[in-house]
Design a protein around this ligand. Structure first.
Ligand code: FCB
Length: 452
């Protein structure tokens, strides 16, 4: 068998992903400070099952076991995120050495197992003191992200080649500050646009900080880009607006140094200062795409979702019209949507390698195999269909270098708590015992075949 493979595009690498708050637990251990998600979970009604990030999967204490699960899966890479409040409990100032030590163990453990570490610096767990000082709507938070990035890159820059700054900044800005369904749970559209700009500024400054510590680093950003498909007469305006907020803000700023003209809030010179867009432009060495479903947007009318409209401030009343089949999230299953978003992004961001940094499905997992493990044929079909779509786009010339499954373990699914299961591995409630599902064994076969 060959040694560790490279993200050089010579083959499609496979991986699995997780995120710190969703798996680690141990939210007060070794000096970790509170994050906005700890606070948000304490708000009555915010989380569907009233749960929080403890114990989650207890991964903080079960690092070796989880790394072995990734190794035994036989994939090439593991995407994980670094909890800012472990590294900087206050969100600023000196590093908490125990926090950096932990992620050093993660990285070293991956390298020992011939796995490529793909860390994300920010997967939504903002230190609470920074939110108390205004959060992402405040410009200073971007500077703080860069300071934190420098601390991490100083420690790990000699061992990590591919970095990502942010995970799905659309969610941080618009679910967090406009729709209020994610932490910190605020509902103010203008503030959400300010958050979006400062997230991008933070990405640019953090990328600079990582490169200062690790000049050869490839620094990317992970976006939940989506194909936006108007469905029926009169649907175009709503679809175009959703496209601008979901895709246009991020790719526009990063690739062209420009925000979509239709978004008036991002034309305010008091927010977007002179030089900001020039600073952001060209700062991504690669783009990570998290894809789950396309967005079919209908003409305004009956059955519009108020919450969905809030998540796209300034949009006409929106109706999302997913068709069948759907996952437990209500998300329509369309592998061709992944082809669409890969081709469109390759065109929008010429020359930038693409990684599918998340793709996966929530199912009820009601069927058991004779050995008692979950027989998740629906998840297998989803995985198979989307991986095939990714391969088709590679064959068609798109520079897509990795397919990374969401997610290794059933985990804390944000406002859904533990009610939605995306894992390749079941985590037994209470004991936290890991039990690989049929989809884990299926993916392991694909990974083994890809290496032959
Ligand atoms: C994405 C998130 C990830 C996970 C999946 C289902 O939006 O990045 O943490 O929750 O959705």
């Amino acid at each position: 068998m060959a040694g560790p493979r490279e993200l050089d595009g010579s083959s499609l690498l496979l991986g699995a992903a997780t995120a710190s708050f969703q798996i680690e637990g141990a939210t007060t251990t070794d000096g970790r400070g509170p994050s906005i998600w700890d606070t948000f979970c304490g708000r009555p009604g915010a989380i569907r099952d009233g749960s929080d990030g403890d114990p989650a999967c207890g991964s903080y204490e079960r690092l070796t076991e989880d790394l072995d699960l990734v190794r035994d899966l036989g994939v090439d890479a593991y995407r994980f995120s670094i909890a800012w409040p472990r590294v900087q409990p206050e969100g600023s100032g000196a590093a908490n050495p125990a926090g950096l030590d932990y992620y050093e163990r993660v990285v070293d453990g991956l390298l020992e197992r011939d796995l490529i570490p793909l860390p994300t610096l920010y997967h939504w767990d903002l230190p609470q003191p920074l939110e108390d000082a205004g959060g992402w709507p405040v410009r200073d938070t971007a500077e703080r992200l860069a300071e934190y990035a420098a601390l991490v890159a100083d420690r790990l820059g000699d061992r990590v080649g591919w970095w990502s700054t942010l995970n799905e900044p659309w969610c941080s800005a618009f679910l967090g500050y406009a729709a209020g369904v994610h932490a910190p749970g605020r509902r103010d559209g203008d503030v959400a646009f300010a958050a979006a700009h400062h997230l991008l500024l933070g990405h640019a400054l953090a990328a600079e900080a990582v490169r200062a510590a690790a000049p050869a680093a490839k620094v990317g950003i992970v976006l939940n880009l989506a194909p936006v498909w108007p469905d029926g007469d009169g649907a175009e305006a709503g679809a175009a607006y959703v496209d601008a907020v979901q895709n246009g803000i991020w790719l526009g700023a990063l690739v062209d140094g420009r925000y979509p003209a239709v978004l008036a809030a991002l034309a305010d010179p008091a927010l977007v200062r002179e030089g900001d867009l020039a600073l952001i432009k060209g700062t991504a060495d690669w783009i990570g795409i998290n894809y789950y479903t396309p967005f079919r947007i209908g003409a305004p009318g009956e059955g519009g979702s108020e919450l969905a409209t809030m998540a796209y401030p300034g949009a006409p009343p929106l109706r999302f019209l997913p068709r069948e089949p759907r996952t437990e999230m209500g998300w329509e299953v369309v592998p061709a949507g992944l082809e669409d978003v890969l081709v469109t992004t390759a065109r929008r961001a010429p020359g930038l390698p693409l990684l599918v940094t998340e793709n996966g499905s929530a199912y009820a997992d009601g069927t058991r195999a004779p050995d008692g493990s979950v027989q998740d044929d629906d998840r297998i079909a989803y995985l198979q269909g989307h991986l095939a779509a990714t391969r088709r786009m590679r064959d068609a010339g798109v520079d897509v270098r990795a397919y990374i499954a969401w997610t290794l373990l059933d985990n804390f699914e944000w406002s859904y708590g533990y009610t939605k299961k995306f894992g390749l591995v079941e985590v037994e409630p209470g004991t936290l015992r890991r039990i690989p599902k049929a989809s884990y064994r299926y993916y392991a076969q694909l990974a083994a075949a890809a290496r032959r």
